[in-house]
Design a protein around this ligand. Structure first.
Ligand SMILES: [Zn+2]
Length: 173
């Protein structure tokens, strides 16, 4: 590919490694003309099939935009949204299939969103699972209560145990 600095039409691969999750390859390249280095990331293309049958490439930004809407007014940082987007993308790529439905993507969002913010989770689930009555909300809340008893505290520090698993840090250059 072209050098992003000087547009030289060629580049040389100086290092190539698979990312920890195995879903992409990072290549360090050097321009033979200006000698500057840059990184390319190669991933399998991932297609999302919408309910209408229309297909579009998987977009982490779209996942984040949808979740951001559900998080309105909630104490959720942009950083946390970005991490959630990363986890969702890793999860859908880990399935190994090149085509997904919007349903699959929604399903991959529910788990990490539940760990992030329960109110946002309920908002998102109410749309995704098409809640149409209070009973649906009650059932979802009962489900959540069963999964996580409210008095689960860490014995050492008295703090609630942190269920948010930190996303793996990007590999250092
Ligand atoms: Zn160059």
């Amino acid at each position: 590919m072209h050098c992003p600095f000087c547009r030289h039409p060629d580049s040389r691969v100086v290092d190539s490694r698979t990312t920890d999750d195995g879903t992409s390859i990072r290549r360090r390249r050097q321009c033979p003309d200006c000698s500057r280095r840059f990184t390319t990331i190669e991933t399998a293309s991932l297609t999302v099939i919408k309910r209408s049958g229309v297909t579009e490439p998987f977009s982490r930004d779209k996942v984040i935009a949808g979740v951001r809407k559900a998080c309105q007014g909630r104490p959720v940082t942009e950083d946390a949204l970005a991490k959630l987007g990363q986890r969702v993308e890793e999860a859908v790529r880990a399935t190994g299939s090149a085509e997904l439905s919007t349903h699959d993507v929604g399903l991959a969002i529910l788990g990490p969103l539940q760990e992030l913010d329960l109110v946002a989770y309920l908002r998102f689930a109410s749309v995704y699972r098409a809640f149409d009555s209070l009973d649906d909300f009650e059932a979802a809340i009962a489900e959540l209560r069963e999964q996580r008893p409210p008095s689960q505290h860490c014995g050492n520090c008295g703090e609630a145990e942190n269920s948010a698993v930190p996303a793996p840090a990007p590999a250092a250059d």
